[in-house]
Design a protein around this ligand. Structure first.
Ligand SMILES: [Zn+2]
Length: 133
């Protein structure tokens, strides 16, 4: 496995989720390629939202209904369970641009011990097991 962080543009989902830190992406078995992968069976209601699906929109903040109740629900759940906010991510993408957002994400989720990636769902580094401080 690469020791360098490898978060890239295509890993940022329309809802603001960074798929690069998701357990589905980091795990070895049944690895998920990320929400932007077109071959994916997308069960997510945000990913299946017609505004996103028809490719009219890249990110939820571009939508007239932003932030919709679905996004707010997801955001609330993630804030409570994982200490991460989709809406905060989206605001950062909107204000800073995707490039700067990704740099911030790399700083935030890179393991200080080994340079691996801290999994948002597990709360520790997938490579060395170091917990996020
Ligand atoms: Zn580590």
């Amino acid at each position: 496995m690469n020791t360098k962080s490898n978060i890239n543009y295509t890993l940022i989902a329309p809802c603001g989720m960074n798929c690069g830190i998701c357990v589905g992406y980091l795990r070895e078995k049944k690895k998920c390629p990320g929400c932007n992968e077109s071959s994916l069976d997308k069960r997510c209601r945000i990913r299946n939202c017609k505004n996103i699906k028809n490719n009219q929109l890249g990110f939820c903040f571009e939508c007239e209904k932003y932030p919709c109740s679905r996004l707010k629900q997801l955001d609330k759940r993630y804030k409570m369970k994982y200490g991460m906010s989709m809406i905060e991510n989206l605001e950062n993408i909107n204000n800073l641009g995707l490039k700067k957002f990704i740099i911030k994400e790399e700083t935030r989720w890179t393991c200080s011990e080994c340079g691996g990636i801290i999994c948002v769902h597990r709360g520790y580094c997938y490579q060395c097991g170091n917990r996020k401080k």
